[in-house]
Design a protein around this ligand. Structure first.
Ligand SMILES: NC(=O)c1ccc[n+]([C@@H]2O[C@H](COP(=O)([O-])OP(=O)(O)OC[C@H]3O[C@@H](n4cnc5c(N)ncnc54)[C@H](O)[C@@H]3O)[C@@H](O)[C@H]2O)c1
Ligand SMILES: O=C(O)C[C@@H](O)C(=O)O
Ligand SMILES: [K+]
Ligand SMILES: [Mn+2]
Length: 352
């Protein structure tokens, strides 16, 4: 029996609802497999934990995470009690950086049975490769003076190392797909980092002659994701641009509640982290109506990453069948609650 240690961080808001729900399905899959068992180490790290301890995670938290095979996280943030930049940098971004999860992979595709707001979704299917370690997300800068003389400086950091590895990852991914990479840029307005980004993109495209390439300014790219989403295959983007594009990707799928994500440690030295694109959804918390599909699909990405591709495939099949049968939460046009969706998906898996 293979035992896999999974660090579980439900986090805040609906994370506390959908993460435990999703574990029920992962356990069903493990039972079905017979040769694998998940051992969960669940951590209470959250904004409530911060109120009690003055920090978002325990002092040796990163060390604890590093002992495990993967990290499964819900969402972080409760702006009513902790400012968002404190909670995000104290937990989610801290883990991304210290576990060197340098790439964030975020697929978006048309799903049969979910109404896309696009007039012609045309079975779009793309993956955003988001730089996950630097860029616009930086602690470099500061605030000085006050009143009408107040100044805030926020530096964006673009290293050749991180830029190259992100763009190279996108090219390699495109080789396994339709063979097109679109680079998100803004080299008309951002005069240092983005011309640099474009330069690295052009250099690397010479190494991958079989891949079709294009660069779009991020503003135009946002519009294209609405007007011709089906055109895209792999989109490579800096940290902030990738963040924004993937909420847009989720929206054109039909709901932010279904979009998955994987924060990947490329060397395998530390665990990768799996958490959906959406946040803690404070506006619907406690009502039992959160869509668990984003978390479940994220679980599929974790299974694939752990080499349990058969289980990952089975899980996605059950998600898609369940949606097609109309067992859906209200954000995607149904009337089921979180647990009803989970129960149905569980029974689908057992019925195959
Ligand atoms: N990765 C993360 O942990 C992450 C991501 C985004 C936002 N956040 C944090 O979450 C908090 C709320 O942020 P926000 O409101 O900007 O974004 P959000 O993604 O939490 O919510 C945006 C909208 O989508 C809805 N929604 C989100 N997930 C859903 C689901 N599973 N089912 C149904 N509806 C869902 C919400 O109800 C809300 O109307 C903030 O504290 C923010 O910092 C965390
Ligand atoms: O800005 C972030 O990275 C946090 C959240 O919005 C996300 O997309 O993971
Ligand atoms: K999340
Ligand atoms: Mn985001």
């Amino acid at each position: 029996m293979d035992q896999l240690d999974i660090s579980v961080i439900p986090g805040d808001g609906i994370g506390k609802e959908i993460v435990p729900a999703t574990l029920q399905v992962l356990d069903t899959l493990a039972d079905l497999h017979g040769g694998v068992k998940f051992r969960y180490q669940t951590h209470p790290w959250s904004c409530e934990y911060y109120l009690e301890h003055g920090r978002m995670m325990s002092e040796d938290g990163i060390e604890q995470l590093k002992q495990t095979n993967a990290i499964f996280l819900g969402a972080v943030g409760n702006p009513q009690i902790v400012p968002d930049h404190i909670s995000l940098w104290g937990l989610l971004i801290k883990i991304r950086r210290e576990c060197e999860q340098v790439i964030n992979i975020r697929p978006a595709k048309f799903i049969e049975g979910i109404k896309s707001p696009l007039a012609e979704p045309n079975h779009f299917d793309f993956i955003v490769v988001r730089e996950n370690s630097e860029g616009e997300y930086s602690e470099s800068g500061g605030r000085i003076h006050s009143g009408k003389d107040e100044i805030a400086v926020q530096n964006a950091i673009f290293t050749r190392k991180a830029t190259e590895r992100t763009i190279r990852y996108a090219f390699k991914l495109a080789q396994t797909r339709k063979g097109r990479v679109t680079s998100a840029t803004k080299s008309n307005g951002i005069v240092h980092s983005m011309p640099f980004w474009d330069g690295v993109f052009n250099e690397l495209s010479a190494e991958f002659p079989g891949i079709e390439t294009e660069s779009n300014h991020i503003d135009a790219l946002c519009a294209f994701l609405v007007s011709k989403a089906h055109h895209f295959d792999v989109i490579v983007a800096s940290n902030l641009f990738g963040d924004i594009l993937t909420d847009l990707g989720a929206a054109i799928m039909g709901s932010i509640g279904i979009a998955p994500a994987a924060n990947i440690n490329l060397t395998g030295q530390y665990p990768s982290m799996f958490e959906p694109v959406h946040g803690s959804a404070p506006d619907i918390v406690g009502r039992g109506i959160a869509n668990p599909i984003g978390q479940l699909w994220t679980g599929k990405m974790m299974l694939d990453h752990l080499g349990l591709n058969e289980l990952g495939t089975l899980l996605l099949r059950a998600i898609e069948d369940s949606i097609a049968e109309g067992v859906k939460t209200r954000d995607i046009g149904g009337s089921s609650n979180t647990q009803e969706v989970i129960t149905h998906i569980n029974s689908k898996i057992l019925s195959y």
